[in-house]
Design a protein. Structure first.
Length: 320
């Protein structure tokens, strides 16, 4: 059983204390650190089963509740609200603050980062700014959104905020954000067997029964996410990712975030155009958005451990 510890650090927004968790392996020797960036409308402790699997493989696992999520909020009214200024930048810099803390506590240990959903887009941005020194990056449940759709979405958010303020929770914004491929799925938990999240109905019920997941995003939250995706779209930024960094994209081929696989392939093509030389992409047949909570999650877990293990093995041979 993994040993679990919690701690806080000051956010880059200058006013929030960010909640973090670390899961420690029983073995004294840590093979590597894996830092997780969670998705929107969830929290880091949803990854506990996955973290316990990884600690059993000798990995130390850590992650934080992003601004507006989990225990990194002061009051339920701030759920789904990121930051008054530069929300996307604050989220990325908080990820980096955690990395600095974890590396200081584990000097010289190989370091991987994993991002799911919103966390995948944040990680893609992170790699353009702080990618040096990482052993690898795992991008789960990502996609690609057209520039036109992003322009419309950000304009809609700004316009609504003029009338209602940035903390407003807008049904119109939600409808615009969760459009397209989402329409074939249940989006509110009323039909768990057809949920966009996963084919595992028990996991769907747990998600919709958890108040830390069922809050509604603010206009500020949606805007911060769209700003991140817009950044990731621009090749002038993606070219700043270290070309030799091992990166793997992992998604379900029925994930609406990845437009049923098409958006994942577009993201892959964009990263290849940017010059990434060590890029892998896996699409899991029939899997939906949360591949870490899917019916075949054990295979996904093992693929992640195997991919990281392969990198560590190559690194070990180079150092011999």
């Amino acid at each position: 059983m993994a040993e679990k510890k919690e701690f806080y650090f000051p956010s880059s927004d200058g006013q929030t204390e960010i909640h973090c968790v670390v899961w420690l392996p029983e073995s004294q020797k840590i093979r590597a650190v894996i830092q997780i960036a969670h998705g929107m409308m969830e929290y880091i402790e949803r990854y506990e089963k996955f973290a316990e699997f990884l600690t059993g493989q000798g990995f130390l696992v850590t992650g934080n509740d992003h601004l507006g999520h989990g225990k990194s909020v002061c009051g339920r009214e701030n759920l789904g609200y990121i930051a008054e200024k530069n929300g996307s930048g604050c989220l990325v810099e908080d990820m980096h603050r955690l990395r600095i803390i974890a590396q200081r506590r584990n000097p010289g240990v190989p370091y991987f980062m994993l991002g799911h959903s919103m966390g995948s887009y944040l990680l893609r941005k992170y790699l353009t700014i702080h990618g040096k020194g990482l052993s690898g990056a795992l991008i789960l449940g990502t996609g690609s959104v057209s520039g036109g759709a992003l322009m419309f979405g950000t304009l809609l958010a700004r316009t609504l905020a003029l009338f209602f303020g940035w903390k407003h929770r807008s049904p119109l914004m939600e409808k615009a954000f969760f459009s397209g491929a989402y329409h074939k799925f249940d989006m509110d938990g009323s039909r768990p067997e057809n949920s966009w999240l996963t084919r595992d109905t028990e996991e769907v019920k747990k998600y919709y029964g958890d108040p830390r997941c069922t809050f509604r995003f603010t206009l500020n939250g949606f805007y911060s996410v769209m700003e991140t995706v817009r950044y990731d779209n621009q090749i002038k930024y993606t070219r700043k990712i270290p070309a030799g960094l091992p990166v793997i994209l992992m998604s379900g081929d029925q994930d609406p975030v990845g437009n049923l696989g098409k958006g994942v392939r577009r993201a892959e093509a964009g990263l290849r155009r940017a010059g990434l030389r060590n890029l892998t992409c896996i699409l899991y047949p029939d899997d939906r958005h949360e591949i870490l909570n899917e019916l075949d999650r054990q295979q996904v877990y093992e693929d992640i451990a195997s991919w990281c293990g392969g990198i560590l093995e190559k690194k070990g041979k180079r150092e011999e």
